[in-house]
Design a protein around this ligand. Sequence first.
Ligand code: COA
Length: 328
Amino acid sequence: MMGTSVGILGTGKYVPERRLTNKELEQMVETNEEWIVSRTGIRERRIAESSQATSDLAYEASIRALEAAGITADQLDLIVVATITPDMFFPSTACILQEKLGAKKAAAFDLSAACSGFIYGLANAAGFIATGMYRYVLVVGAECLSRITDYTDRNTCILFGDGAGAVVLGEVPEGRGFKSFKLGADGAGGDLLRICGGGSRVPSTEQSVTERRHFIEMNGRDVFKFAVRVMGSAAEEALAAAGIDKADIDLLIPHQANIRIIQSALERLDLPEEKAAINLDRYGNMSSASIPVALAEAVEEGRVSEGDRLVLVGFGGGLTWGASVLVW
Ligand code: COA
């Protein structure tokens, strides 16, 4: 794919303490535990304290990733934060994180690709390192989705949770690291999953608040169909670009939106469920944080060994999707 081999030097994750269970949701909207578990696979999610914003979650995940990589924050050349729940419009959450970490020489920017944001971020970071422009890049997926979730809407409020995952990218020995990236977008499906309020199209007004325009709107059925289609095809395209057969996948790290979507991707790739990192039962959908948190947990649990072939694949609002194949 590129001259320099670029890979992941360290991973880290953070999830808030507070759990929101299906039983609690039964008290909030017309739903039930059985429906949520059978239709989504989700049992509980984490919710940030009111004092915590996205950069606070990102910070906790980042210091763990830096420690695992064995580098200090002042060695970072770039910080990329993928998020749809920035602390504020600007400065970027990446700049706020840069200050918290004391990563004085790092450039910093946020990246907006919804649930595909972490994979988009990895592709960006790997490119900067492969060209020789930067040596160490921190890529973070961090979200406080509880702040943009409408807890009166049963179609969406059962799905989302808060959390952060981070990785440090740098040069790795030849033969290891990222083998391919496949990124895609289809703006025609933008209205299937979005927040309208607060932007330049629908600025924040009393009316926009009353009309609940600042929360996630979703057409669940159409997003589901799109997700099933694109998870399989993006993974297959990334495998083909990497020249790796699906039978040789050691671990699939999918976006965690719905267990049925993950199962359909596993079927298409002929993989048993043991070959997937799954955490949506505990955390729900954390958007850009889902994949890096699942990766960090797989590493913590000793499920990833040197030479293993990993496939990361996700989809989200935009519509967007992305997949990457890497050798650990
Ligand atoms: N509890 C109980 N019933 C619910 C419910 C809830 N929380 N949410 C929806 N329902 C009802 C619906 O109103 C519908 O009732 P109706 O048939 O009387 O209209 C019924 O359950 C079936 O709804 P449907 O939307 O067809 O369910 P589904 O099996 O498609 O599951 C999702 C809904 C949202 C779980 C599913 O579509 C999904 O996961 N979509 C993808 C969402 C996603 O990934 N979003 C993030 C992308 S990054």
